[in-house]
Design a protein around this ligand. Structure first.
Ligand SMILES: [Zn+2]
Length: 309
């Protein structure tokens, strides 16, 4: 019952999330100055989001601590997203299989049979499976136990964390993971260190570039960082990586390779990032009932997916 009450509280608008957090400097450039972006998230719950004035990286502020994020993942994340129990719902599988096939096709021109490939944040394992079918030696890293267990049942190797002495890999991929990380630069540096000299690193995160949806509607507690193409490239530069011109780029989905590259935060970026958001007052949004249809649709979809086994 306490669990249900906690889940229900996750849906009450204009109330805060159960966390205190800390004001932290930018994880990318170290800057402390910010531009405000939003005080609410897509549930219309209270959640502060700012843009780093030094480099344009979007972050949650105050930033949840490691423990608070872990607590959120334990109790809310599967409800907020799509997995309760041990089996990902169909809608999720259809989408992830299509994405896995696209990622295999993108990397296939540079990866021969037996290529070693690591998927960081391998989720329910569809890319591991698709890569194995393409003849690659696949390994995944996935801290979410239910997802990892599901993937292992498909017969693929999944570690709970990057193992000691891992790699080196011909390719490392990470799809919609870095927006969840408190310290994306430290993690990317660790991954770049286990890449072979001629290896490639595929990185994809949600695109926080210009979009007509209300600003708060694009924000979510689990996404503690938000990227545009320029800040994703800055993150890569901080790990000694540059976009690999052999691959087509799509906004915040990009293949990088090790390169001599300057780390140069651009202080003119932050106002431009902010200008790409449509500022809508959430209270007015509620009063005009603009939220009702998408809100109800999303809620019913979450509930349906969460309770289907
Ligand atoms: Zn910054």
């Amino acid at each position: 019952m306490a669990h249900l009450a906690r889940l229900a509280a996750g849906f009450i608008p204009f109330t805060p999330y159960p966390y205190r957090g800390r004001h932290e400097p930018c994880a990318l450039c170290g800057g402390a100055e910010t531009l405000p972006l939003s005080a609410h998230d897509r549930r219309l719950k209270r959640l502060g989001t700012v843009i780093c004035a030094g480099c344009g990286l979007i972050r949650t502020d105050p930033m949840p601590t490691e423990e608070e994020l872990a607590e959120y993942y334990r109790h809310h994340y599967r409800m907020d997203y799509q997995l309760v129990g041990t089996k990902p719902p169909r809608r999720h599988l259809v989408r992830t299989r299509a994405e896995a096939a696209r990622r295999v096709a993108l990397l296939a021109p540079v990866l021969g049979p037996g290529a070693r490939v690591l998927d960081y944040g391998s989720g329910s394992g569809e890319f591991l499976q698709a890569g194995a079918a393409a003849g690659w030696a696949m390994e995944g890293v996935e801290p979410g136990e239910a997802y990892a267990a599901h993937a292992r049942r498909l017969g693929v190797t999944v570690h709970a964390a990057l193992p000691e002495g891992a790699g080196p890999y011909d390719a490392i991929t990470s799809h919609h993971v870095f927006e969840h990380l408190r310290d994306p630069l430290a993690v990317l540096r660790r991954l770049a260190a286990v890449l072979k000299p001629g290896g490639v690193l595929y990185l994809s995160v949600p695109d926080m570039g210009p979009n007509p949806r209300p600003a708060f509607d694009r924000l979510h507690f689990a996404h503690v960082h938000g990227f545009v193409p320029e800040t994703l490239d800055l993150l890569a530069a901080g790990a000694g990586l540059a976009p690999d011109p052999r691959f087509p780029r799509e906004r915040t989905t990009c293949v990088y390779r090790p390169a001599e590259v300057a780390f140069r935060p651009d202080p003119t970026l932050a106002p431009r990032v902010r200008a790409g958001f449509r500022m809508v007052d959430p209270i007015r949004h509620v009063l005009t009932l603009g939220w009702l249809a998408p809100g109800l649709r999303r809620l019913s979809r979450d509930l349906r997916d969460s309770f289907r086994r």
